[in-house]
Design a protein around this ligand. Structure first.
Ligand code: AVJ
Ligand code: FE
Length: 435
């Protein structure tokens, strides 16, 4: 891929990221920006200045070799120094200062981009550091979107409703034949360290759901006593279910007219044809057990998404190698929720599995571990410190994820109890034993 990335393309992804974080921070007033809407989340104004600080560290200082803009605030915006819940008590930049700071940093970044050779150092090859920083800003834009969902008060964000298929498709499964496939990547220029290296994995045959599990399917689980039958849950899952008093996905309410949920300040009936969102790993695992299935492993998810048996290679995306557009996947906060199943037939993988990219992050049964040949780059705190299995891997991105931070190899992770993220799942099933 070396040499294919232009400065215009880099400029465009950086501008798009800034447009998004500006929208997410300009749509509420200053008191909302400095408030803590949930102990799980930072104040929005922390995210904004943290975005600027990472951009300063990697692009202004490291790639550009320029003087610091504000070296005095590095510690405040180091995600490892202060827990999210303690961040409102720090002497943070106020909203006006944070906006000014990100603007100043970005001005210097344009100079650095202009001067860059895209190849002088490892960080600079194919504009990697610029791509990493655009992905970082967009990952925080998704986090900020989740903070908006947790906020109470008047609606601040609007978007056109997500599409729904004209007819409810059959919720069937697809068989993936036994055999090897290539997982991970060596030639995706902006792949992060945890997506590397490309390596062959052999899988026995398995079946995977064509679509993510829908709200309608999840309601059946609830109404069949899913939340009150310990035998459906893992030991840790059931303990958490009891302690956290889980009874339905986050943001759901039940009354005489059925299930309702609140999404971005709007109350609406839960739409049966859309993927369920805001479930923890433990709820996903219990549902799968109830359905007589299990969650896919990370390798199964990636094989179903990327492997093209005809050409014998793994694609960048389910549909091929071209970037996502609005006909292929529900990404980029274009809609403020998942689309109905069957809305993106053009986005199907070679195997015919749909809506793998976009809509909802999909829990897999795999813990977050390094691939063979893993090397932390450019910093250990991006991935390496999270390896070990405390975190479960999620794949595919959500409606809140930008396309720069989403591809067939992209790996996200979180604690199995988390559900403020845009998390859903699909099920899989073992067909046969070892050949
Ligand atoms: C990959 C989404 C788990 O938000 O904690 C942002 C991304 N890393 N800043 C996170 C990230 C550093 C990360 N996740
Ligand atoms: Fe960050």
């Amino acid at each position: 891929m070396t040499g294919e990335i232009t400065k215009e393309a880099v400029e465009a992804v950086l501008l798009r990221a800034r447009e998004r974080s500006t929208l997410l921070t300009d749509c509420v007033d200053d008191t909302e920006l400095i408030a803590q809407h949930s102990p799980l989340m930072s104040p929005l104004v922390w995210d904004l200045a943290h975005i600027g600080n990472q951009e300063e560290l990697w692009l202004v200082r490291d790639v550009g070799g320029r003087d610091p803009v504000r070296s005095d605030i590095d510690e405040l915006y180091d995600a490892f120094k202060h827990s999210r819940s303690s961040r409102p008590t720090l002497p943070l930049l106020n909203p006006a200062e944070a906006r000014e700071y990100v603007r100043t940093v970005r001005g210097k970044v344009w100079d650095v981009l202009e001067a860059s050779t895209f190849g002088r150092t490892e960080l600079d090859v194919d504009g990697f550091a610029f791509g990493m920083i655009a992905q970082h800003e967009q990952q925080h834009a998704e986090t900020m979107l989740a903070t908006h969902q947790l906020r109470s008060g008047p609606t601040a964000l609007v978007a056109t409703p997500a599409p729904q298929a004209a007819r409810m498709p059959e919720l069937d499964e697809v068989t993936i034949a036994a055999g090897p496939f290539v997982m991970g990547t060596d030639d995706e220029p902006w792949a992060l360290d945890n997506e590397r290296t490309a390596h062959q994995v052999y899988l026995t045959d398995f079946a995977i759901d064509r679509f993510p599990v829908t709200n309608g399917q999840f309601v059946e689980f609830i109404e069949d006593g899913g939340y009150s039958r310990p035998e459906l849950w893992s030991r840790d899952g059931w303990r958490h279910r009891v302690d956290a008093k889980l009874r339905a996905p986050l943001f759901w309410e039940h009354d005489s007219s059925g299930w309702w949920h609140e999404t971005f300040g709007v109350e609406a009936p839960v739409p049966p044809d859309k993927p369920v969102v805001h479930v923890s790993y433990y709820e996903a695992e219990a549902y799968a057990g109830w359905a007589g299935k299990r969650l896919p492993t990370e390798a199964e998810w990636e094989k179903a998404a990327r492997w093209d048996p005809e050409s014998g290679r793994s694609r960048r995306f389910p549909w091929g190698d071209v970037s996502a557009d609005e006909n292929l996947a529900n990404l980029g906060q274009r809609h403020l929720g998942p689309a109905g199943v069957g809305s993106y037939p053009a986005g199907a993988s070679a195997a015919g599995v749909e809506q793998l990219i976009g809509d909802v992050w999909e829990w897999t049964s795999s813990g977050f571990h390094p691939y063979p040949g893993f090397r932390a780059f450019p910093y250990r705190e991006y991935s390496e410190v999270f390896f070990g299995g405390d975190y479960k891997v999620l794949r595919g991105g959500s409606f809140g994820t930008d396309s720069v931070a989403c591809r067939g190899t992209f790996r996200n992770w979180d604690h199995p109890i988390r559900r403020q993220i845009f998390s859903g799942f699909r099920c899989a099933r073992t067909i046969s034993g070892r050949p």
